[in-house]
Ligand binder design. Structure first.
Ligand code: C5P
Length: 230
């Protein structure tokens, strides 16, 4: 167990239409963040977990941490204004012995422990990866409401998290982003901008990101199909 995990959890519930952090909303009786943490705790690969949150959520987060039956260290780290800023802060808080880091959105609460384990195994052989699945839809590039391109679907994958990187390379990439004012929506995009290779690890079709009320209903359905809750 040598892998460190950072969980960005410092967002809001805006797109969900909630008046608070969506990760605190209940899914089958447990906060979304608790499901994410339980999967990470059940992963054999993960030795340490850092959770980035906004200070107004700290007391709720700490209540969740207390409910977890684990000896793995879980650290609360102050999040930033954007996801990118939250990950930046997380990277500064990694223990010095960390050489491989996984980043996993708190909102992807259906990722399985096996996915984390598979991701870490792959990361031992590469500089960076993202979990992803091939897209099923035909994707259109649109300007206004007019289609301008239809990319070949064979080359399109939908990005998920976990994403994982050699920690020193990701720290340098984030420092460069601050220096040059790059704004990105995932960490792999920073590697791409620098020209570092990022591989694909096959993700999970059920590893959806909870964004809307419909996602919450779908997540509930998927969890009910699983034989055991971790
Ligand atoms: O909003 P969205 O679901 O795309 O955010 C992805 C993840 O990034 C979520 O788990 C959210 O809590 C986190 N986030 C963050 N800091 C922010 C904004 C989002 O950690 N400032």
């Amino acid at each position: 167990m040598t892998c460190h995990l950072l969980i960005p959890a410092a967002g809001s519930g805006k797109r969900m239409g909630a008046d608070r952090n969506k990760l605190l909303l209940s899914l089958l009786g447990k906060p979304i963040l608790q499901w994410t943490l339980e999967a990470a705790i059940a992963s054999k690969a993960i030795a340490w977990i850092g959770v980035m949150g906004q200070p107004h959520d700290y007391s709720e987060f700490q209540k969740i941490f207390k409910l977890l039956n684990t000896t793995k260290p879980i650290c609360l780290i102050q999040g930033g204004v954007t996801r990118q800023a939250s990950v930046f802060n997380g990277l500064q808080s990694l223990p010095s012995e960390c050489d491989r880091v996984l980043i996993h959105d708190g909102a992807r609460c259906l990722a399985t422990p096996e996915l984390f384990d598979r991701c870490d195994l792959s990361l031992q052989m590469m500089q960076g990866f993202i979990a992803a699945v091939p897209v099923k839809d035909t994707i259109k590039v649109v300007n206004g409401l007019t289609i301008v391109d239809t990319p070949n679907r064979d080359h399109l994958w939908a990005a998920q998290t976990p994403q994982g990187f050699q920690a020193d390379l990701l720290k340098n990439a984030h420092l460069k982003a601050v220096e040059l004012g790059w704004e990105v929506t995932d960490d792999a995009a920073l590697f791409e901008k620098i020209g570092l290779p990022v591989q694909i690890v096959i993700g999970e079709e059920t590893n959806l990101k909870i964004t809307t009320q419909q996602d919450l209903a779908i997540a509930e359905f998927i969890l009910r199909q699983r034989h055991t809750y971790y």
